[in-house]
Design a protein around this ligand. Structure first.
Ligand code: NDP
Ligand code: 8X3
Length: 249
C-alpha cells in the first residue's frame, strides 16, 4: 500500500486518531498541527517511514507552503487531504462574543482550509485523490452560542459540495463529514481551558470518540473509486434534536 494522506489537526482528537488509523492500514501520513512535540511523539510511536510531522500554524500561508515544499520524497504524492484542523471559541450569544474569537475561527476553519485545499488540488487531480472536509452538525442545526462557529462549518459543507461541481470529471472525490458531539479537546479549547466545563458536557453522555470519527474517515477513503459520499452526518445515540425556542412577552 503506497497511499499517502495529509491530515490537519493531527496533534489531538479526530486528527491524531485518523493518523493512527491510516498508518495501521499501511498508509503514509503527513501529520500537521502547531504542537511539534505531539507530532514528534506520533513519528516516534508509528515510525518515520510512516509519519512525517509538519508543524505549522495553518493560518500562516507562507509556513504552510514552506511545509508542503519541504515534504520528503515518500510523502509528496498526496492521495487524500483530510481538512480536520479547526476550532470553536466561545459559547456566549453573538452580542457578547469576542470579535477576536470570531476572526480566529474564520481564519482557521475557512481561510486556512481553502488555502490548503487550493494548494493541493493539482496533486489531488493528478492522483485522482480524495478530500474529506470535517464540518459539523453545527453546519445545519443552529443553536444558541453557535453563531460564527456554525457559520464556518456551513461554509465547509457548502464549499465541499461546490468542489464536487468544479471537480466534475476529474475523478477527485469530496466528502463533507458532519459529526455531532464527540469527546476530544474541542470543548477545552472552546471554553479557553475550562476542564470542568468540558467534563460536565461529556459526563454521562456517552459521546462519540475520536476513534469513531477516524474509523468513519477511513471508511470514506476506502470506498470504491466510483463512489462519492457527498455528506455524512453522525451523532452519538444519546444526542438528538430539540424544538424551536419562543420568546414570550
Ligand atoms: P481538538 O481540539 O482535539 O483538535 C483540533 C486540532 O486542530 C488540533 O490538532 C489542533 O492542533 C488543530 N488546530 C487548531 N488550530 C490550528 C491552527 N491554527 N494551525 C494548525 N492546527 C490547528 O478537536 P477535534 O478533534 O474535536 O476537532 C477536529 C475538527 O472536528 C474541528 O474542525 C472541529 O470543528 C470538528 N468537529 C468537532 C466535533 C466535536 O464534538 N469534537 C464535532 C464536529 C466537528 P494544534 O493546536 O497543535 O495546532
Ligand atoms: C461540534 C459539535 O454541537 O459542539 O462541531 O457544535 S457542536
Amino acid at each position: 500500500m503506497n497511499n499517502i494522506a495529509l491530515i490537519t489537526g493531527a496533534t489531538s482528537g479526530f486528527g491524531r486518531a485518523a493518523v493512527e488509523r491510516f498508518v495501521a492500514a499501511g498508509w503514509r501520513v503527513v501529520a500537521c498541527g502547531r504542537r511539534a512535540e505531539r507530532l514528534q511523539a506520533l513519528v516516534d510511536a508509528l515510525g518515520a517511514d510512516k509519519v512525517h510531522g509538519a508543524a505549522f500554524d495553518i493560518r500562516d500561508e507562507a509556513a504552510m507552503r514552506a511545509a508542503l515544499g519541504e515534504l520528503p520524497a515518500g510523502f509528496r504524492d498526496i492521495d487524500l487531504l483530510v481538512n480536520n484542523a479547526g476550532l470553536a471559541l466561545g459559547t456566549r450569544p453573538a452580542q457578547e462574543s469576542s470579535l477576536d474569537d470570531w476572526r480566529t475561527m474564520v481564519e482557521t476553519n475557512i481561510l486556512a482550509l481553502v488555502t490548503l485545499t487550493r494548494a493541493l488540488l493539482p496533486t489531488l487531480i493528478e492522483r485522482k485523490g480524495a478530500i474529506v472536509n470535517v464540518s459539523s452538525t453545527a453546519a445545519t442545526y443552529p443553536y444558541p452560542g453557535g453563531n460564527v462557529y456554525g457559520g464556518t462549518k456551513a461554509f465547509v459543507t457548502q464549499f465541499s459540495l461546490n468542489l464536487r461541481a468544479d471537480l466534475h470529471g476529474s475523478g477527485v472525490r469530496v466528502t463533507s463529514l458532519e459529526p455531532g458531539m464527540a469527546e476530544t479537546e474541542f470543548t477545552l479549547v472552546r471554553t479557553h481551558g475550562d476542564q470542568a466545563a468540558s467534563d460536565a458536557l461529556y459526563s454521562g453522555a456517552n459521546p462519540m470518540t475520536a476513534q469513531d470519527i477516524a474509523e468513519t474517515i477511513f471508511w470514506i477513503a476506502s470506498l470504491p473509486p466510483h463512489l462519492n459520499l457527498n455528506r455524512l452526518e453522525m451523532m452519538p445515540v444519546s444526542q438528538s434534536f430539540a424544538g424551536f425556542q419562543v420568546a414570550r412577552t
